[in-house]
Ligand binder design. Sequence first.
Ligand SMILES: Nc1ncnc2c1ncn2[C@@H]1O[C@H](COP(=O)(O)OP(=O)(O)O)[C@@H](O)[C@H]1O
Ligand SMILES: [Mg+2]
Length: 310
Amino acid sequence: MNSVMIPPGDGPLVGLWMYQNGGGDSVERKLVSRLQERGARVITGLNLAQSIAGQGEILCQGFPVESLDLFLSYNAGEQTPFQVYLYETLNRSVTCINSWEAFNLTEDKFLTAHALHRAGVRTTDYRLCHREDIDGLKRTIREWDGRVVYKPVHGWGGTGIFKIEDERQIDVLMPFIHRLDMPHFYLERFINYDKTDYRIDIVDGQFVGCYGRKAPDDDWKTNITSGGSVITREANDAVIEVAIRAAEVVGADIAGVDLIYDLDAEEYVVLEVNGIPAFATPEQEAMGIDFNDRKISVLTDLIARKIGVA
Ligand SMILES: Nc1ncnc2c1ncn2[C@@H]1O[C@H](COP(=O)(O)OP(=O)(O)O)[C@@H](O)[C@H]1O
Ligand SMILES: [Mg+2]
């Protein structure tokens, strides 16, 4: 484990753990220099997985992270259970972006849908059933006319998500269901939409950017990992309002809100809130997706406010 260089001076200390691929390294450099201009000292590369904790202290690469004034955790790809556990611990004494509570909520599709629904934000109809409640599962398929989507609550990239169209499928799948050891069934009603989505980036309650994704011709999932492609797309007031409200409800300082337009109900529906939404990659910037500078600038203002510098 390499040891951490503590910048000299007495400005507030900000710790970062930021993804480096897809242009993350250059976004990080810009963010660091903006924060330094405000008088903050910045330590990068604080992967909490490289820590040892005890006696009231988490030492990350030898550095006592509890001496930070703020920690920005922004690396979805290299997340590990150990790092998440220490993120939760650190969040108890240091201001984190996102807060661990918001992060934890957005990592779980059921918890997110439930919180949004209770706050009056439109989500899909959803249902959580006990893994042994096969009747509940079949009843849901009947009630929703075979337009049911099964999702792992912690999944990403569209993996493990499939449609269930007929309750007889359940009988066929039964042996697998038992072997897979699913903790529960999380189901959503399938929304009739045009196979494109909106990704709205919100930082500190402000709209910073929008792009979309389009499913491939032979699929209904827009994820890039399912063959979807990124499209440029203008946001409108209605979709921005829902996204801002969703970010607020889950308590996320930074949020990438995924929405689709329900063609039957004629309204926007929040599919999920991502707590670590990637900045536009260099390729996406070349397509005209140009919100990175604004996002960095709103994020700098937010951090500066939280650490008490102008
Ligand atoms: N209830 C639904 N109705 C219609 N399409 C859906 C529904 N839920 C998800 N999808 C499609 O599947 C994709 C992946 O679902 P999502 O909940 O965003 O999971 P992930 O975290 O894997 O991206 C979405 O981008 C959307 O295209
Ligand atoms: Mg998604």
